[in-house]
Ligand binder design. Structure first.
Ligand code: ADP
Ligand code: MG
Length: 481
C-alpha cells in the first residue's frame, strides 16, 4: 500500500530507523528541501500558531533523518512531516506510528530481573541425556576456567525453561560453588510485550549485583557489557536468559571473563560463537506416561494402558499439554480415564499451546506463513524441498530459504536427508491456520501442483525403466524434480 504522501508502505514502519527512512523519502518527494529550509518552515508554523519556543536546531532536524537514533520527540516528527508537505491524514498516521514505536521502546526498557533461579517443577521427568550433556559442558568450562554458555532450543511448550531450571538445580545438587544468580525473560516472542532491550537488562543486572544506581546511570551504552563482565570476573555466577530473540540480544549479556554459567533458551537457533547447543524434542513415551502417573492421585494410569496411550497421543508427548492433562487428572479424581479422554477429544485441539505458537507464527514473514499453512495439508510425514516448492509454486531455492526460516523458529524439524517435518502439536496448529487463513481453492491448487509433480516423476520413472526418450522439453533437472 502506497501512502497518500507517496511514501513507503506504512505497515512496514516498525522502528525509529523506519521513521528516519520515511522522513527521508518524504524529503526527496519534497525536492530535497534543505534542513535549514525545513527549520524555517517549522518556525513559520510555530509563529502562526503562537508557539513561543524557538524551532529545533538544524543539527537536531538533521538527526531525525539519520538511522541509529534512540529517542524521538513525536511532535518534532510531526512538525518535520508538515514542513515536508505531508497532508493531515499522513501526519495523523505518522504521529500514531511514532507513539506506538516510542511506547514499544519504553516497554522494551522495563525488564524485571530475578536474583534466584526458580526451582524446577516437582514432577520433572526425563531429559537425562540433556542434563548429562549440560553437566559435561559445565565441567569442561570449569576445568578450562572459562564461561559455559548453553542454548536450549525447541518449540513452544517443549520444556526449555523447565530444563534450564533443572540444570541450575543440578548444579547446586552436584555441589557446584554458588555465585550470584540472575534470571531474566528476554521476551523474544511474547504475544503482547516487545523483546527486552539488552542495555536495560544489563542495567538491571548491574544494580542487582550491587552497583550504585548513580554509577549505573552515569554509564554510556557502550560501557554496560564491560562493567557487567568485570563484576563477574571471579566466576561462579549462574545466568538464565529465557526466551532469547536473537544472537544480538544475548551477546552483550554473556560475561566475557571468569568461569560463569549462562543458560539461554529460545525457539530460534541463537548463533553465538563458543556456545553449546542442546535441541529439545517432545518427551519419550515412557517419560510422558510417568509424568501423567505422577499427577494421578488414584492410580488410574497403570490400570488402563490403552487409554493412557490415547492420552499421551492426544498430548502428542508435549510437556505443556501433558501438564494441562495432568492437572485435570489431579483435579477430577472421580473421573475415569475414558472420561478424561472424552473431555480432551471435545476440546479444541492444542488449546494449551495455541497461544504460544501464535506468537511464533505472527512474527513470520508472510511467505513463510503461507508455506507453514500449506505444509499442514501435505499428505506425507516428512517433505523435501522440491515437494514443498510444488506446494508453494515458488522456486526450490526460495522455498528452501522459507523452510530454513520455519526450522529456525522451531516450527519444523529437519532430518538427516534434508527433509522437513512438523513437531506434532505444531502440525495441528498449522492445520488450523490453514483452515482460517488459506482459501480452500488455494489449498486445492497447492495439492494439484503437488499431484502434477508426482505424476511427472512417475512418468519419468516409467520411461526410464523402459528406456524411452523423455518428452520434448523435459530435461534431466526435471527428471530429478
Ligand atoms: N521434563 C518435564 N517434566 C515435567 N514437566 C515439564 C517438563 N518440561 C516441561 N514441563 C512442564 O511443561 C510446561 C511447559 O514447559 P516450559 O519449560 O514452560 O516450556 P517452554 O519453555 O519450552 O515453552 C510447564 O508447565 C512445565 O512445568
Ligand atoms: Mg519457556
Amino acid at each position: 500500500m502506497i501512502h497518500a504522501c507517496g511514501c513507503r508502505d506504512p505497515i512496514a514502519v516498525r522502528s525509529l530507523d523506519d521513521i528516519a527512512e520515511f522522513l527521508s523519502t518524504a524529503r526527496s518527494n519534497a525536492k530535497h528541501a534543505s534542513f535549514r529550509e525545513i527549520r524555517r518552515r517549522i518556525k513559520d508554523e510555530r509563529q502562526k500558531k503562537g508557539v513561543p519556543e524557538p524551532p529545533p536546531s538544524v543539527a537536531t532536524i538533521h538527526g531525525y533523518f539519520q538511522r541509529g537514533r534512540k529517542r524521538i520527540n513525536v511532535e518534532t516528527v510531526r512538525e518535520i512531516g508538515a514542513a515536508l508537505g505531508l497532508d493531515q491524514d499522513a501526519l495523523r498516521w505518522l504521529q500514531r506510528e511514532c507513539r506506538l514505536i516510542v511506547d514499544g521502546i519504553h516497554r522494551s526498557m522495563a525488564v524485571p530481573i530475578a536474583t534466584q533461579i526458580p526451582a524446577p517443577t516437582w514432577c520433572f521427568h526425563g531429559r537425562d541425556r540433556q542434563r548429562e550433556l549440560a553437566r559435561r559442558y559445565i565441567r569442561g568450562g570449569q576445568a578450562a576456567d572459562r564461561s559455559t554458555v548453553i542454548t536450549l532450543r525447541g518449540p513452544a511448550g517443549v520444556g526449555k525453561t523447565e530444563l534450564a531450571h533443572r540444570i541450575c538445580a543440578d548444579l547446586a545438587e552436584d555441589g557446584h560453588p554458588h555465585g550470584p544468580a540472575l534470571s531474566v525473560d528476554l521476551r523474544g516472542y511474547h504475544a503482547a510485550e516487545p523483546p527486552a532491550d539488552s542495555v536495560a537488562v544489563l542495567r538491571g543486572f548491574l544494580k542487582r549485583l550491587g552497583m550504585k544506581p548513580q554509577q549505573v546511570d552515569s554509564l554510556t551504552r557502550a560501557r554496560f557489557a564491560e562493567e557487567f563482565s568485570q563484576m563477574l570476573r571471579s566466576g561462579g555466577a549462574v545466568v538464565v536468559l529465557d526466551n532469547a530473540e536473537s544472537a544480538a540480544q544475548v551477546e552483550p549479556l554473556i560475561p566475557r571473563y571468569g568461569a560463569n554459567i549462562v543458560i539461554i533458551t529460545s525457539r530460534r537457533s541463537i548463533d553465538v560463537p563458543g556456545t553449546e547447543h542442546i535441541d529439545l524434542d517432545v518427551l519419550d513415551r515412557d517419560d510422558a506416561v510417568s509424568l501423567l502417573r505422577s499427577y494421578d492421585p488414584v492410580d488410574r494410569i497403570d490400570g488402563d494402558a490403552q487409554r493412557t496411550r490415547t492420552l499421551v497421543d492426544l498430548c502428542q508427548q508435549l510437556p505443556l499439554e501433558l501438564t494441562v492433562v495432568g492437572n485435570a487428572l489431579r483435579d477430577k479424581p472421580d473421573w475415569t480415564l475414558a472420561d478424561h479422554v472424552a473431555r480432551i477429544r471435545g476440546l479444541p485441539i492444542h488449546e494449551a499451546s495455541h497461544h504460544a505458537l501464535l506468537a511464533s507464527y505472527r512474527v513470520l514473514p508472510a511467505p513463510a506463513q503461507r508455506l507453514f499453512r500449506l505444509l499442514s495439508i501435505y499428505p506425507g510425514r516428512a517433505i523435501d524441498i522440491e515437494a514443498a516448492a510444488a506446494l508453494t509454486g515458488q522456486s526450490p531455492r526460495d522455498t528452501s530459504a522459507l523452510l530454513s526460516t520455519l526450522h529456525d523458529e522451531s516450527l519444523l524439524k529437519c532430518d538427516n536427508s534434508k527433509r522437513y517435518l512438523f513437531y506434532a502439536t505444531v502440525r495441528s496448529f498449522a492445520r488450523r491456520m490453514a483452515v482460517e487463513e488459506e482459501a480452500a481453492s488455494a489449498q486445492y491448487s497447492a495439492l494439484q501442483r503437488l499431484r502434477e509433480r508426482k505424476t511427472k516423476q512417475a512418468m519419468i520413472r516409467h520411461r526410464d525403466r523402459r528406456n524411452v526418450a523423455l518428452p520434448h522439453g523435459w530435461t534431466r533437472t526435471q527428471r530429478s524434480a
